[in-house]
Design a protein around this ligand. Structure first.
Ligand code: ADP
Length: 644
């Protein structure tokens, strides 16, 4: 703990973000209050969770609430909670640095959006700017906070005018939790007054009604003075006041647990606001699932699928979106036990009345009830996806397809079900996703297998020489351009009785190359191989090629070129996989090389041609040449000869 006041500069990202917030969310200003209330509610959730194993941490302050204190004269607005609070280090880490995962990518996207003028509140909201949104309305923010369980002298005071620096010092605070004081900006005439009680009531009702803790505000009320206290004349007429003004605490939110309400009774608006609060997302959800399961496993569930993927979807430390409740009492956030990784985009609440209130995370994993709920949720979510209208499903798939596909690899019991949900672009459908069922329906009569090719770029894939013969025979090929597809094809070897076959590996058996013909090339192939020995393990006549002269392939159980690239990029050292060089013996140039080899096998040009054949195969699959300068020189020479 640092005792003296210190001034720090905001991290660059925070400064940039603050600038964006202040300048671009103007029309949506009032949501700052929702953000601060959500933070307060989260802080109380955290404390309550902790108090389940450490009840003493609550002391004599067990009545959770969030208090709003407007002051019209000073033009300040105070929001306080008696939640978990923050230590000095917490404040340093959480406020002013944005230690959030995915920040870099997010800032990059914002910059691009700004350049194209497509910066919208939704885009920023996707990241959840939270606390910083208060700088839209405040010229100065003072935050004092005392972590649960520490003495009152060990509180922290943070202050900033949002101008690039903040100060932080030790202070005293009587009550546990966090108090945030906004010194509001000067208002223009048409601006709302955020110290006005009606305004505050309206905003809380609209954006934070379902918050589980009371959001309270002191209000002055006129109440009748009890009769025996009223001063009266001899006729019984009151001489003085009959009413007096008192301060009362008013609760502003209804605290509806909308997940326990009958489905029909919850309005769209309520869902939207609840989702936004829950998911820290500013976009409305794509769809939802609201149901009550009865029987041996009883629970309520209200689940949402977001319409946009959050920025940290692929960060290993990202939180899961399910909150666990027991009879409307919050138990924990981020409940990984209830939903598998491949459905981590689902946000919502599960309320299980039979759950043991004192469960710990360790116990949850083995809890039968939790396991049943998990299996049931998986089924419900997959069914929801299956029954989505096509257009909505496309939106979903564009955002979350890669995550869902992970399930094919990680959840064998649901493999086929998930496989029926995956979509691919193909050689016959470059712009529109198709399902495996659609693929099978339009297979050629003589086609037995489902063909695919993996790689990182659709254009390279669709033009790959490996597909020439397949295209010629009108066999459709799935274009798998997503890293996770490499894992998909490892697990999904078959769908609906048809095996999946890589266009890059093994024999395609498209046209049986006649065995006698093969002999004829053996000598030449031996020579080519001897020239490229360090890079390839075999030279073969190709059944894949039609226009191109050469390509690289693998044997059935070899790692694909894309997988090798992915593992390399991930920093995994891989032994170099030697590949098979396939040559198109129907190509005129091969005929010429063959003749040259047979008539003049010591011709020096032959060595160069071998190199060129290999380089051509590498380039066609979008690979990098080991020696591009040599390639360039050789092509130059060949062109000179050709033109002469
Ligand atoms: P987010 O809420 O999306 O994480 P914020 O910028 O709003 O982002 O808050 C950053 C962090 O600061 C929170 O994750 C939380 O750890 C901490 N924090 C914010 N407000 C409070 C509060 N009222 N009490 C305790 N911690 C808080």
């Amino acid at each position: 703990m640092e005792a003296n006041k210190q001034t720090h500069a905001f991290k660059t990202e925070v400064r940039q973000l603050l600038n964006l917030i202040v300048n671009s969310l103007y029309s949506n200003q009032e949501i700052f209050l929702r953000e601060l209330i959500s933070n307060a509610s989260d802080a109380i959730d955290k404390l309550r969770f902790k108090s389940q194993t450490e009840p003493e941490i609550l002391g004599d302050d067990g009545e959770f609430k969030i208090k709003i204190r407007p002051d019209g004269i000073a033009q300040t607005l105070e929001i306080s909670d008696n939640g978990i609070g923050m230590s000095y280090d917490d404040v340093m880490e959480n406020i002013g640095t944005i230690a959030k995962s995915g920040t870099a990518g997010f800032m990059e996207m914002l910059k691009q959006a700004q350049a194209t003028d497509s910066l919208t509140p939704e885009l920023i909201g996707q990241f959840g700017v939270g606390f910083y949104s208060a700088f839209m309305v405040a010229e100065k923010i003072v935050l004092t906070t005392r972590a649960a369980g520490v003495p009152k002298e060990q509180a922290v005071r943070w202050e900033s005018s949002g101008d690039g620096t903040f100060s932080i010092e030790q202070t005293e605070k009587a009550q546990r939790g966090t108090t945030i004081t906004l010194h509001l900006k000067k208002r223009e005439k048409e601006d709302p007054d955020y110290t006005d009680q009606w305004q505050i009531r309206r905003i809380v009702k609209q954006h934070s009604d379902y918050v589980a803790y009371p959001i309270v505000m002191d209000v002055e009320k006129e109440v009748p003075i009890p009769d025996n206290e009223i001063l009266k004349d001899k006729d019984g007429k009151p001489l003085g006041e009959t009413k007096r003004r008192v301060i009362e605490e008013e609760t502003l939110n209804s605290r509806k647990a909308i997940w326990t309400q009958p489905k029909e009774e919850v309005t769209e608006k309520e869902h939207e606001e609840f989702y936004k609060h829950l998911a820290h997302d500013w976009n409305p959800p794509l769809t939802r699932l609201h149901f009550k399961l009865e029987g041996t496993t009883e629970y309520h569930a209200l689940l949402y699928i977001p319409s946009k993927a959050p920025f940290d979807l692929f960060q290993p430390d990202r939180k899961h979106g399910i909150q666990l409740y027991c009879k409307r009492v919050f138990i924990m956030d981020d409940c990984k036990e209830l939903i598998p990784e491949y459905l981590r985009f689902v946000k919502g609440v599960v309320d299980a009345p039979d759950l043991n209130l004192n469960v710990s995370r360790e116990i949850l994993q083995q809890d039968r009830l939790v396991m049943n709920i998990r299996n049931n949720l998986i089924k419900k979510v997959l069914d929801l996806l299956k029954d989505m209208p096509a257009e909505q499903y496309e939106t979903f798939y564009n955002q979350f397809g890669p995550v869902l596909k992970e399930g094919i690899h990680t959840d064998a019991s649901k493999r086929d079900k998930i496989a029926s949900l995956v979509r691919y672009k193909t050689t016959r459908s470059e712009d529109k996703w198709i399902s495996l069922d659609e693929y099978i329906q339009r297979m050629q009569p003589d086609q037995k297998e489902i063909y695919y090719i993996t790689g990182d770029n659709l254009t390279t894939l669709i033009n790959s020489p490996l597909l020439e013969k397949l295209k010629d025979k009108q066999y459709e090929v799935l274009l798998m351009a997503d890293p996770v597809d490499e894992w998909v094809v490892q697990s999904l070897t078959e769908y609906d009785g048809k095996s999946l076959k890589s266009a890059e590996k093994g024999d395609l058996e498209l046209d049986k190359t006649d065995e006698a013909g093969k002999e004829e090339f053996n000598a030449l192939f031996g020579f080519v191989k001897s020239q490229l020995d360090s890079k390839i393990k075999e030279v073969k006549a190709s059944a894949r090629l039609k226009e191109s002269v050469a390509c690289l392939t693998g044997e059935d159980y070899d790692m694909s070129a894309y997988m090798e690239k992915l593992l390399k990029a991930a920093g995994q050292k891989q032994p170099e996989v030697k590949r098979v060089l396939e040559l198109n013996m129907a190509h005129p140039v091969m005929n010429k090389i063959k003749t040259l080899y047979e008539n003049d096998r010591d011709n020096v040009a032959l060595k160069d041609y071998c190199q060129l054949l290999y380089d051509l195969a590498v380039i066609a699959e979008g690979g990098k040449l080991e020696n591009p300068a040599r390639f360039s020189r050789l092509v130059g020479e060949v062109m000179t000869q050709a033109i002469a």
